[in-house]
Design a protein around this ligand. Structure first.
Ligand code: LMR
Length: 393
């Protein structure tokens, strides 16, 4: 039986991790996978996470199963973190999931159950794993224009023009903040216009928010989601704690579904059912740490302070890189790097230029020229800037 299997395509982002490790050069620079690193190249365990783990070790009495939906306190804390007061409790269904990817996967399956004919509209470009999972599930995908490769900003007119063709019962997948892979994001008035268009077309918004707190701040980064939640009766939200809590390997995420109150019970039941079919009970360790941090004022204050240091650090690197490129090139064409938000920016380089950065300079980024700002430090910024100009970007 297993002899019938065909090799599967390698994930381009994860493939880079192996290539980088295998490169013997000591001055190589990893700007690939979306993982935060401090100036020494370490992905640290956040202080509040360590403190919560210590408390948990001392107080945890059982490791029996959690609920199929995860712990109610976790779901409530995550809904509050993402939604604030934008949706009444009688509209909110929520389950813990293995990371943000687990939340996306469950959301896509929920869409397929509710409307097998639905097309999922995805930004061009989007996180490649969105496309990969949708394809694996055999779902219809429609791209909408998003990124203007000349200005490296959102091509909002084109986006609206494409999304006008979405049908009632289709789903429009949006990135809540820190767009992956481009770094170019919607402004609040643009979110408003998207909400109005969704109202006209009857398409359902799904928002993937994997980087809350990495862009303009915890509250600011959730403003688009909250606006949509207050304007549309049905919204799906895939949230991740991997990045903002730095607990990548704990697989901690949540799928939140907003519905009409009358549909809440069945929606919640379906989310729990989907968990049972796919992996039964969701992982609990990371979810418990997140709950402790979000509900304990001291832990929460420390977490927010450290998250803010991380966010400001990335902003500082963006500004340094944009300035250095301006100084070396004498042109303003790299100003977009300081405008983008989150971990990523799409440089707009050709695959050949990306390849040259790797082979000639030992600088690794995803083939579409997405670079992870958090892979830099103040010493490597000028090295990257010189290499960018050397390969003719
Ligand atoms: C990324 O885009 O690099 C991250 O979200 C990691 C991943 O799983 O692809």
């Amino acid at each position: 039986m297993l002899g019938t299997l065909k090799p599967q395509p390698a994930d381009k982002i994860l493939q880079l991790i192996g290539q980088f490790k295998a490169d013997p050069r000591t001055d190589k620079i990893d700007l690939g996978v979306g993982v935060y690193k401090d100036a020494t190249g370490l992905t640290p365990v956040m202080r509040a996470v360590k403190a919560a783990e210590k408390q948990l070790w001392e107080t945890e009495k059982t490791k029996t199963y959690t609920g199929l939906a995860g712990e109610p306190e976790y779901n409530a804390a995550m809904a509050k973190l993402v939604l604030g007061d934008a949706a009444a409790a009688d509209r909110i269904s929520s389950v813990a999931t293995p990371g943000g990817t687990g939340a996306c996967r469950q959301a896509f399956e929920l869409i397929r159950m509710a409307n097998p004919e639905a097309s999922v509209w995805v930004s061009d470009p989007t996180w490649p794993n969105h496309l990969s999972i949708l394809k694996y599930l055999g779902m219809n995908v429609e791209p909408y224009r998003y990124f203007d490769s000349d200005t490296r900003a959102v091509d909002f007119e084109a986006m609206l023009a494409d999304l006008a063709a979405a049908k009632p019962g289709d789903v429009v997948l949006l990135h809540g903040c820190c767009h992956n892979p481009t770094g170019a994001n919607l402004t609040l008035p643009q979110w408003q216009a998207v909400a109005e268009l969704l109202e006209k077309t009857g398409a359902v918004p799904m928002i993937d928010i994997a980087y809350q707190g990495f862009g303009d701040g915890l509250e600011e980064d959730a403003a688009g989601v909250r606006l949509i939640a207050s304007r549309r009766p049905e919204v799906l939200i895939a949230a991740s704690c991997s990045k903002n809590f730095g607990i990548y390997r704990e697989r901690t995420g949540a799928l939140i579904a907003l519905s009409e109150p009358a549909n809440r019970e069945v929606t919640q039941g379906t989310l729990a059912f989907l968990n049972r079919q796919n992996y039964s009970f969701p992982p609990d360790h990371g979810a418990r740490l997140v709950t402790m941090i979000l509900t304990d004022p001291t832990l929460r204050a420390d977490w927010q302070a450290e998250l803010e240091e991380v966010r400001r650090g990335m902003l500082g690197l963006r500004e340094q890189l944009a300035k250095e490129l301006q100084r070396l090139s004498g042109s303003d064409r790299f100003g977009f790097i300081a405008e983008h938000r989150g971990m990523f920016s799409r440089l707009g380089a050709s695959p050949e230029q990306v390849e040259r950065l790797k082979t000639e300079h030992g600088i690794y980024m995803v083939g579409d020229s997405r670079l992870n700002i958090a892979g830099l430090n103040t010493t490597t910024v000028p090295i990257l800037a010189r290499a960018i100009l050397d390969v003719g970007i």
